[in-house]
Every structure is written in structure tokens, then in C-alpha cells.
Write a protein that binds this ligand. Structure first.
Ligand code: 3PG
Length: 306
């Protein structure tokens, strides 16, 4: 019997676990559950004899791969796979996959939700501002970016996008205006939704030069990764622009230099919350389980990322 470990430091909703189990039961696979672990040693132990692994943002390091003697496939139930050591997976002949698009709506709803929250002064009782009529720029028009655009249009915002990998016609079809450079996007838009992945090229790529181009009342919304921000330069923007506000799904490393000093101009989730809905957990978790079964039974490698 094949064993599938679901290792989630931040657990899926119980309905998602139940549905993952249904998929695995049907294939006659065993589900092994490791939730809310605080000691990585527990992860290393649990992975020892499993054939497949499902994780969220859990770090699948070379140490984990080395400990996983039977592992054939790891699926990141989500979009960003910056938590997987792809080289270690490839060297060990392990297929790595993600589940693109499955949790995107949840992330986009949080992005706009945080925009509303900061526009209303974090609900402090004082008069805030509205999103209607404002311009929002979408930095990377992928699955999350598209949903952000759709929701923003519902709010009556003007939507712009920059993505060198997506055809302009495709963007226009959604009623979104493509712009030809990232600088143009930031210069145009009061709200900016950051949806780029974190990789060697994008880490620290959003800093003073870009952010300070934003018009008055600038709000940067980060539901991507904290690593894509140049934090030293973020602090410079905070100190030089009183109108600048920053909302982020999980706090930056420089959080202590912001809180207390720039009250009302930021909001940080206490834990990465973007994909933390029952719907997103079910979509991503079930997709991961199905991809594992389809890979083991039929060799389907559609969502392979290594
Ligand atoms: C993703 O990359 O899919 C999101 O950041 C969600 O991450 P999570 O599964 O840790 O919530």
C-alpha cells in the first residue's frame, strides 16, 4: 500500500483533509497526517517511509529529501514552490509539482480585503477613503493577478497590469489595461498588488526606486512573498513618504522598525493567511492528492516544476 504524508505546519481545514483522504482511499493509498509540528525532527521521521508528500509552505530541504528513502513525488499544495529544494529533488529522482490556480481566489480576496482595511484606517472609526475610481496596478498577471483584477473591477477601480510573460491581448480581453514597463505601472497606480513569485531574479527586486514612483496615497499590497521586497529601501519609503501605506500577508523582517513608528500605515497578517480558506484548502489539497495518484498510477507529470 502506497503511503502519502500530508505534512502541514499550518494545517488544512478539516474538510480538506477529509476530501484528501477520500481521494487516497479510493486509490487504496494510506494517508499519514503530520499537522502543527513544531520540531523538524518530527517531519524527518514522518517522511522516512512514505511514497509521496503533500506540503504547504513547509520547507522541503535536502535534509528532508535525504531522510525520505521511498519518496517519488512531492506536491506543494499551492502556487509558490520556493520552499522546495528542487535540485535535491531532481538529484534524488523525485518529481516536484505545485497546484497552480487552486488557491488563487483566496489570495486575491485577501489582497483586496487588506486594501479596504487600510483605506478605512484599519477600522479606527475615523473617515477613510474608498477604492472606487482609484487605479490599481497588478504586478504579474498570473492566476492571483487575474482574480485581483476581476474583484477590483467589481469595486469600480481602474485596473492596469504588467507582465512580460503574458500577451497584451490576453490582458485586454479581461478589461485590464496592459502597460509596457514595471516603472509605468508603479507611476500610474495608487494601489499596487504584488503577485510575482520569489526566485533568484525577483528577491529584493521591489525597492525605493519603484515604490517611490507611486502617486500620492500609495498603497503597496503584498500577497506574494516578503523576500521580493528590499526591506532597507521599504523603510526609506516609510520615512520619506507620509502618505505611503504597506499591507502584507505576513510581516516583513523589519516589522519592529515599522510598528509603533508608522501607526495606521500598515497591516501585517500574523501568519501567512492568503490561501487560508476552506475552499482554497480543499481545491489545493484535493488537486495535490489527485496529482499524486495520477503520477503514480499513470505517470502523469503535468504540473512538474523540476
Ligand atoms: C502559495 O504559494 O500557494 C501561497 O502563498 C499559499 O501558501 P500556504 O499554503 O502556506 O498558505
Amino acid at each position: 500500500m502506497k503511503k502519502v504524508l500530508v505534512a502541514t505546519e499550518k494545517p488544512f481545514a478539516s474538510a480538506a483533509v477529509a476530501q484528501i483522504k477520500e481521494v487516497l482511499d479510493k486509490a487504496n493509498y494510506e494517508l499519514v497526517l503530520l499537522e502543527k509540528y513544531t520540531d523538524n525532527a518530527d517531519f524527518l521521521k514522518a517522511v522516512e517511509d512514505v511514497d509521496a508528500l503533500i506540503v504547504r509552505s513547509d520547507k522541503v530541504t535536502k535534509e528532508v529529501i535525504d531522510a525520505a528513502k521511498n519518496l517519488k513525488i512531492v506536491v506543494r499544495a499551492g502556487a509558490g514552490y520556493d520552499n522546495l529544494d528542487l535540485n535535491a529533488c531532481t538529484k534524488a529522482n523525485i518529481v516536484a509539482m505545485n497546484t497552480p490556480g487552486q488557491n488563487s481566489n483566496a489570495v486575491a480576496e485577501l489582497a483586496i480585503g487588506m486594501a479596504v482595511m487600510i483605506a478605512r484606517g484599519n477600522y479606527n472609526g475615523k473617515a477613510g477613503t474608498e477604492l472606487r475610481g482609484k487605479k490599481i496596478g497588478i504586478h504579474a498577471y498570473g492566476n492571483v493577478g487575474r482574480y485581483v483584477g476581476e474583484i477590483a473591477k467589481g469595486f469600480g477601480m481602474e485596473v492596469f497590469a504588467f507582465d512580460p510573460f503574458v500577451n497584451d491581448e490576453h490582458i485586454k480581453k479581461d478589461g485590464v489595461t496592459p502597460v509596457s514597463s514595471v516603472e509605468e505601472l508603479y507611476s500610474n497606480c495608487q494601489y499596487l498588488s504584488l503577485n510575482i513569485p520569489s526566485n533568484e531574479k525577483t528577491k529584493k527586486s521591489v525597492g525605493f526606486d519603484l515604490i517611490s514612483k507611486m502617486p500620492k496615497g500609495a498603497t503597496l499590497i503584498n500577497t506574494a512573498r516578503k523576500e521580493v521586497i528590499n526591506e532597507e529601501e521599504l523603510l526609506k519609503v516609510f520615512s520619506e513618504r507620509e502618505d505611503f501605506r504597506y499591507v502584507s500577508d505576513i510581516a516583513p523582517d523589519c516589522k519592529d522598525e515599522i510598528t509603533g513608528k508608522y501607526e495606521g500605515r500598515f497591516f501585517f497578517t500574523p501568519k501567512k493567511m492568503g490561501a487560508q480558506t476552506a475552499e482554497a484548502n480543499i481545491n489545493a489539497g484535493v488537486a495535490a492528492a489527485n496529482q499524486i495518484v495520477d503520477f503514480i498510477e499513470n505517470g502523469n507529470e503535468t504540473f512538474k516544476v523540476n
